[in-house]
Every structure is written in structure tokens, then in C-alpha cells.
Design a protein around this ligand. Sequence first.
Ligand SMILES: *Cc1c(COP(=O)(O)O)cnc(C)c1O
Ligand code: SF4
Length: 453
Amino acid sequence: MSKYQSYTLRNFRDIPQIQRHLTEEERFDIEVVGNVLPFKANNYVVEQLIDWSSYQDDPIYILTFPQKDMLQPAHYEEMAKAIRSGARKPELKLIANKIRMELNPHPAGQRSQNVPQVEGTELTGVQHKYRETMLFFPSQGQTCHAYCTFCFRWPQFVGMNELKFAMRDTELVIKYLRAHPKVTDILFTGGDPLIMKTKIIDAYVQALIDAKLPNLRTIRFGTKALGYWPQRFTQDDDADSLLRTFENARKAGIHIAFMAHFNSPAELQTEAVKTAIGRVLNTGAIIRTQSPVMRKINDSAAAWASMWQQQVALGCIPYYFFVARDTGAQDYFAVPLERAWHIFRNAYQQVSGIARTVRGPSMSAGPGKVHIVGVSEVQGEKVFTLQFLQGRNPDWVARPFFAKYDPKAIWLDELQPAFGAKRFFFEDEYPLIRPAKATAKPAANLLKSPAMN
Ligand SMILES: *Cc1c(COP(=O)(O)O)cnc(C)c1O
Ligand code: SF4
């Protein structure tokens, strides 16, 4: 594998496969949508993950290259017109930002509700929503080796700077961890924290080790580097030293856990990823895997069963099966909750118990991670059985509750309580803001999907 070569809107037309396979119209679509939603790819993704002979249906192509239908037609036309008329960068940016603001850039109250304080200072690079686990967004880790078209963190990649969660100050983080002894896990996230140079990662990890926090048991990394750039662990200049950082943490009694993001079986099949996983596991770190279920990328039980089986064979532990979030191009990717449950169940039934460590479908919604346990019928009423896997209030977790069955629902706020109740049990503390029926988002792409059932 040659060195890392990054592709953005500026140079994607130079990619040989793009020149060879795409029509000019398709290249223009990438430009239009890529001006609104983030776009970045690299040579590993292009050369080893995408099957260009059928790129229009290729999961990784759809995952990384913007598609026309990811924008609503009016938004697409607005941007296309501006580009055709030769509008300049600042003007395109204004149009893009206006469209972005209509795409729910802050789902689940990320900005306003989860930013903690320590001694009167806001920790803007921290989110603390679930008691045991604190998310940390190191400022140098707020980008990725490539961008996923569905990403719910998309606003921070498109220059909406005030939306960035980022901070450099580990001292404040350590103070916060001391003040919150129930926190056992710090989860480095981004972007992709493993885009950072080892020098920086090591400085953070070493500071946490040196602080000797009695409550800190686990350092987690939410990362897609194994999927998008496994060379991070094999041939990058600082690959070996990164592995040593993980080993050092382990020697200090801190568990290193990868929350590895894999969306499609293809990402698990290259020699590069297999070698990378082996090297990470050799340090004593554990790799847990997660992904949302997305239309056109992995909305089949076969894809999931294959992913889980391959992951287990490589020594990884399947962890979460998520529902696509209510932001960005959600209308393009959304799989209704019932269908997500069918896919999950069908895949889960195909694998041995060793792969059934996975939980889902789970929605990361405002009040918590809500698990769609299934569709049941109770005293003649068809309902969704739900429970929290994580709750803003820990007391909500693992308590079954019920919503009216709704085959079209794609998110928690579209669900109504079952059995004539006015509100879900948690709504005394955390009321849901349900979209008004008449102004509900047009799900044009959903309705024309042949894959719907
Ligand atoms: C998913 C998530 C976590 C981690 O939850 P676990 O169930 O412990 O893996 C932490 N914080 C936020 C905001 C999350 O969405
Ligand atoms: S790797 Fe993660 S943070 Fe980066 S674009 Fe994909 S989903 Fe978003």
C-alpha cells in the first residue's frame, strides 16, 4: 500500500476510478452534495474497499461518496444552480450553511444539554450524559481518515466552527474525573481520535495514567481507523509507538477498549485490516464493534450476520447495532424501526451465541439509548416493547416500556405511548418534543425505496 493519499472536493476528479467509471453528471452530483455534506476519501478506501465494477450499489461507495438523493430536491437544485452559475466560494458557503441548518445539526441535545462544568469553566470538549462514561473530544482528533456520508457529527467537518466540541486541556478533564468518582470510562471520540499522531495520543494517555485516578478503569477509543486506514496500526511512521502506548496503559492497570466502527463486510476482508486487528489485540486491548443500520449500505440480515461472524473470527466483540440518527441525510439512510428490528433479529438468529454479544436496534436519542426489543401484542394491542440500554437517568435502564405500533416510525419522537398513556414514564423528567404531524419531514426517499417492507 502506498502512502496515505487524501481525496476531497478539490481533487476527487483526479481519482482514476472516478474518471473511468462515472458520467459527468454523476461527478457533478458529487460536487453539489459535497458542498453541503462532508466529503473525504483516501486511496485505501478507493483502491481496496470499493468494487468499482458495480459502484452504484457498492456499500462503501455510498458510504463515502455523496449521492444526489442525499439532499432534498429543492436543496439540491439550489446548490446546483449556484454552482452552474459560477458562484464563488463564499456564496456557496452561505447557501450550504443555510441548507445545513435545516438538517438538524444538533440531534439529541448534544450541544446544550451534555456539556459539563468544572470550577465554573465549561468543558466544551467533553460530553457527560451517562453516569459511568465521559466522552472526550480532543481538539486534534476532530477529523477522520475518510468521511461517512451518514455521519451525525457532520457539522464539525464542514467548517461550522462554533459547533466544534474541542479542547486541549487534560488538566480540566482530570479534575472533572476526580470530582466524579462514578465515572469509570473515558471515551476518546471525534471525528476519529486515532487520526492524531501517537505523540499526542500518548500525552493524553500518559497524563491519565500519571493522575492515578482510582475510578478510571477503561480508556476507550471510538474509531473508524481500522475500517478506513488500517495502516495506522501497521505502516504509519508512528504505528509501533501507538501500540506501545496501549501496552503502557495496560501495564498501569487500565483497560484499552476500541469502539470500532465497521459498516460493511468488505471492511473486514483486506489483509491490511486483518493484520491491524491482530496487532491491536496483541497489546491486550479489546476491540468491540458497532455500526448503524443504513439503507443501501447494510440493510440486510446477511450483511450483519457476515460482519459479526467475521469480527468474531478476527477476535473482535460485536457490541452495538444502531438506528441511523435524525440528522443530515437521514431521509436517505433511514430504516424504519420495525424493519431494523427484523434485520437485527434475522441476523442474530443466524449466528452462534458467541456473536450474540451485540445489542440493538438501539436509538441514541435525547433521553438515552433506546433498545427496540421487538413488536409484541398485548391484550389485542400491537406495541413496540422498548427499554433503555443507557439513560440520562440511570434508574431508567432495563425497565421495559411500550409504544403504539407504527410501521413507519423511524425515531423515538415519532412514537406514542401505548395503552392510552399520555406520556412515556421518563417524560416527567425529559419530555419528548414530537414533530407536528403536518410539518413532519418529507420522507420522499424512503417512500420510493424498493427495499421497504
Ligand atoms: C453510547 C454512548 C456512550 C457509551 O455508552 P456505553 O453503553 O457504555 O457503550 C457514552 N456517552 C454517550 C453520549 C453515548 O451516546
Ligand atoms: S468515521 Fe465516524 S466520525 Fe468520522 S465521518 Fe464516519 S461516522 Fe463520522
